[in-house]
Design a protein. Structure first.
Length: 202
C-alpha cells in the first residue's frame, strides 16, 4: 500500500537502523519537522549532477525515518537526530507551495539479517577504525551490530564516498550482497602491496 510522505533531500544517506544528525534551517524543512507527528518523512539522496528542477534530481529510493532526539544548536538552529526505519520506493513526487518535496511511496523489503562471511570479516575492523576516528559518529551507535552483514553494509554505505548513482544502485538492491562485494574490492585496493612497505637496501 502506498502512502504520502515528505522528503528531506540530502547529499548523504541514512538507511534502516542508521542514524544521522541534521541542522534544520530552511522554513520548508522546519515545517516538515513540525508536522512529523502527522505526516512521516524520509531522507532522500540528491543527484548533484542533475539540474535542480529535473525529476531525477532526487533518487527514487528513500528511507523512512523517525526523529529520536532534538536540541537547539549553539547557532540557534534546530538540531535533530534521525533514525532510518525502512526503505521506500517513490511512485509519484510533487512539491507543495513552499517547495517542500512530497512523494507517494511503497515500502521495500528489509535486507535479511545474516552473519558476516569470513571473506568479508576485514570490513568489520575497518569500519570500527572509522568510528574510532569519528567519536561523534560512534556515539550514535551504543550497541553496534558488527556481525550482522546487512547492518555492516548499510553503515558502510552511509560513510563511504562514492558516485551517487552507484550508492543509489547499492541501496536499491534486495540484500547486502552487492554492497559487500563492492566494499571488498574497495578495501583490497586500499591495502598496500607486499613490496610497498619494504625498505630499500643497498
Amino acid at each position: 500500500m502506498s502512502q504520502a510522505i515528505a522528503l528531506f533531500p540530502l547529499s548523504q544517506i541514512v538507511l534502516p537502523q542508521g542514524r544521522m544528525q541534521l541542522r534544520v534551517f530552511e522554513p520548508r524543512y522546519q515545517r516538515l519537522v513540525r508536522e512529523a507527528q502527522q505526516r512521516p518523512f524520509a531522507s532522500a539522496l540528491l543527484n548533484p549532477y542533475v539540474h535542480q528542477q529535473h525529476q531525477s534530481r532526487i533518487f527514487p529510493v528513500v528511507t523512512l525515518v523517525k526523529i529520536i532526539d532534538f536540541c537547539q544548536l549553539p547557532d540557534g538552529l534546530l538540531g535533530i537526530t534521525i533514525e532510518g526505519i525502512e526503505r521506500h520506493r517513490v511512485v509519484k513526487r510533487w512539491q507543495e507551495a513552499d517547495q517542500l518535496h512530497v512523494a507517494e511511496t511503497e515500502a521495500l523489503p528489509q535486507w535479511p539479517s545474516v552473519g558476516v562471511n569470513s571473506a568479508f570479516q576485514q570490513l568489520v575492523p575497518a569500519l570500527q577504525e572509522i568510528y574510532l576516528q569519528n567519536p561523534q559518529l560512534a556515539a550514535l551507535y551504543p550497541t553496534p551490530d558488527w556481525q550482522n552483514a546487512s547492518w555492516l553494509a548499510q553503515r558502510w554505505l552511509e560513510v563511504l564516498t562514492m558516485p551517487p548513482q552507484l550508492k543509489f544502485e547499492l541501496m536499491s538492491a534486495d540484500d547486502a550482497g552487492p554492497t559487500l562485494d563492492v566494499l571488498q574490492d574497495w578495501l583490497s585496493e586500499q591495502q598496500p602491496s607486499p613490496q610497498a612497505g619494504a625498505a630499500h637496501t643497498n
